[in-house]
Design a protein around this ligand. Structure first.
Ligand SMILES: O=C(O)CCC(=O)C(=O)O
Ligand SMILES: [Mn+2]
Length: 214
């Protein structure tokens, strides 16, 4: 991680780096969570098989298309609401279920849904936001798997101009946990660099109760 001089690393070993963030929240990064060959096979399967769509969102009161493709999967009946739309999950394609199972084993957490993003090139991106939809509960644990080209992943405190910067590797895993979504925003900025496609999978647990209770 660049630009982290102000931010002490809580621990680091051969497989994982971990930060206890100030003001709050935990960030962990496994640079090689998946073996390179397995990561490439997953990338190819997901690029080919997932039901990618460019969806409309409301931005500053106007409807525009998201600058990336997305797909949503999960346990049948799980609903995810954003920007006035509801996506309904209809089950898990086998390779996505395999990644979910490996995450559940490694992290000791359960995930009932995954939001998939395909950044086709440098003109695709995702603006500053927090994963704070009420149906995720108060302090969600988000497991984010990156495949394909490296893109910048930046975090900043909700107030202030500091930045934490990661360039998540092919087959890497980022976990955001604790109260990070209350205090930090994250983004994948667009870039003028020539970059190939990147797939990111954010595994989440949506609570059936959508009033914000855990
Ligand atoms: O592509 C990424 O690394 C981030 C994706 C993300 O923040 C999200 O899906 O909410
Ligand atoms: Mn996010």
């Amino acid at each position: 991680m660049n630009d982290s001089s102000y931010q002490a690393m809580a621990s680091s070993d051969a497989t994982r780096q971990q930060w206890q963030l100030d003001p709050a929240g935990q960030l962990s990064y496994w640079p090689a969570w998946l073996e390179h060959r397995a990561a490439t096979q997953y990338f190819e399967a997901f690029e080919r098989e997932l039901a990618w769509q460019q969806r409309p969102i409301i931005l500053f009161g106007r409807q525009v298309l998201q600058p990336r493709l997305t797909a949503f999967y999960g346990d049948a009946g799980i609903a995810y609401r954003y920007s006035g739309k509801t996506l309904l999950a209809e089950g898990w394609p086998a390779p996505l279920a395999a990644v979910r199972d490996a995450l559940e084993t490694d992290l000791g957490e359960r995930f009932n849904s995954v939001l998939c993003n395909l950044y086709r090139d440098g003109s695709d991106g995702m603006g500053w936001h927090a994963d704070n939809e009420p149906e995720l509960g108060n302090n969600p644990l988000i497991a984010s798997v990156s495949l394909g080209s490296r893109r910048r992943f930046r975090l900043k405190p909700s107030s202030g101009d500091r930045r934490l910067v990661l360039d998540p590797a092919h087959g890497s895993l980022i976990v955001m946990a604790g109260d990070i979504q209350h205090h930090w925003l994250h983004e994948v900025p667009k870039t003028r660099r020539v970059v190939g496609p990147r797939i990111n999978l954010t595994f989440r647990r949506i609570r059936s109760n959508t009033t914000g209770r855990n």
